[in-house]
Design a protein around this ligand. Structure first.
Ligand SMILES: Cc1cc2nc3c(=O)[nH]c(=O)nc-3n(C[C@H](O)[C@H](O)[C@H](O)COP(=O)(O)O)c2cc1C
Length: 181
């Protein structure tokens, strides 16, 4: 790895979120700084203590950080990042990104970020192939978002098809190549 970068990772509510602590650990071992934002749904699938331990940073999931009204500065988080990776990116979050919605910290940070944004969609085969999802993906590409294509294989639904989040090693390779550009 050439030099250390600031990598902001947004995790959304997909079963494949369990892969993300491994990716974060790999990025840290490669010398990068990593901060993680999750949606509320993501916390059904992966825990804050795990992510904060592997990233060596606090994990952010809401606009407010405590009972004293202190707020998490999404603009600062967006500006801190050299690259923002949203993985797994749920159908729901992709739709909100495509329409510019900002009803959680991850989306507000996405709208504030000036760095390149990479999204790795993960969902069931039929959700991925739905016209609405594909329309949102096309819009995001027009908006300049780099999409990591989901893989084919066995899905959590029990079906076989497209929609799998690539393994952490594959995501790591994508990010490393992207950072070299
Ligand atoms: C067990 C389970 C697994 C899910 N996996 C996915 C998934 O892989 N991809 C997806 O788009 N939605 C998935 N969902 C639905 C999302 O969690 C739901 O749409 C949620 O509102 C997403 O919120 P977020 O985009 O704010 O994280 C799953 C739901 C459940 C209960």
């Amino acid at each position: 790895m050439s030099h250390s970068r600031n990598i902001l990772i947004g995790i959304t509510g997909s079963i494949s979120a369990y892969k993300m602590p491994l990716l974060v650990r790999q990025l840290i071992q490669a010398g990068h700084s990593v901060k993680v934002i999750t949606t509320d749904s993501a916390l059904q699938f992966v825990t804050k203590p795990t992510l904060s331990t592997v990233s060596k940073n606090p994990v952010y999931s809401s606009f407010y950080s405590g009972e004293n009204g202190e707020w998490v500065n999404h603009v600062e988080l967006g500006l801190w990042a050299d690259i923002m990776l949203i993985a797994p990116a749920s159908a729901n979050t992709l739709a909100k990104m495509a329409t510019g919605m900002s009803d959680n910290l991850l989306l507000a940070t996405y709208l504030s970020a000036k760095c390149p944004v990479v999204a790795a969609p993960a969902m069931d085969h039929d959700m991925w192939n739905h016209k609405a999802t594909q329309r949102n993906i096309e819009q995001l590409k027009v908006d300049g978002i780099h999409i990591i294509q989901p893989e084919q294989g066995e899905l959590a639904s029990g079906l076989d098809g497209d929609g799998r989040l690539p393994e952490p090693e594959t995501l790591f390779t994508h990010i490393s190549q992207f950072l070299k550009q």
